[in-house]
Design a protein around this ligand. Sequence first.
Ligand code: ATP
Length: 202
Amino acid sequence: ANFIVGLTGGIGSGKTTVANLFAEQGIVLVDADIIAREVVAKGSDGLRQIGDKFGPQMLTPEGHLNRAALREQIFHHPQDREWLNALLHPMIRTRMLQQIAAASSPYVIMVVPLLFENGLDKLVHRTLVVDISPKLQLQRTIERDKVSKEQVQNIINSQSDRQTRLDKADDVIDNQGDVTALQSQVLALHNKYLQLAERQNP
Ligand code: ATP
């Protein structure tokens, strides 16, 4: 596909729910979270380099990434966080572009929770924000993950705020209503993206 829509929104806003509605229309999804896990999967080049740099304690006995150990390492050493980002971000970007190139649908939806925060909006033709109030973000995330209000609030605080995201959005989906209301917004955008994609590759 030559037309890329970047789908983003805060924690619990409904990105996955919205993405699945586009998938029902036959649109290929590229998921940044899945790719970010693949580049440090067991046996990957990314994981090998992390082990070489920080030591064998970065791997579990089964050969998976020891996330707690890596988190600890980069929490205490800011340069190590930069090293890690310099290693992984190009790998993630390359994989994303490969999946986009291989996608057979007229456009692709790239789901990226931190689209604006990580500057990945530069890779897409159009940005789509799923918008809900912080109050609903808390409610729905607590309900889904059975976590504390404080934990969710900390994540909300670490992400772009609602207005910043809305200011940067080309398109917005209001997900404060029910799933039926979501459905019709997705269909309208799907038709719009088909047209834009067509214009992009005549
Ligand atoms: P995260 O960033 O945490 O991965 P997300 O943005 O992908 O979250 P979803 O997982 O799609 O968000 O939605 C969060 C929760 O809210 C889920 O349990 C989902 O089923 C529910 N949800 C989504 N949209 C609605 C809606 N319109 N009405 C009620 N519940 C909803």
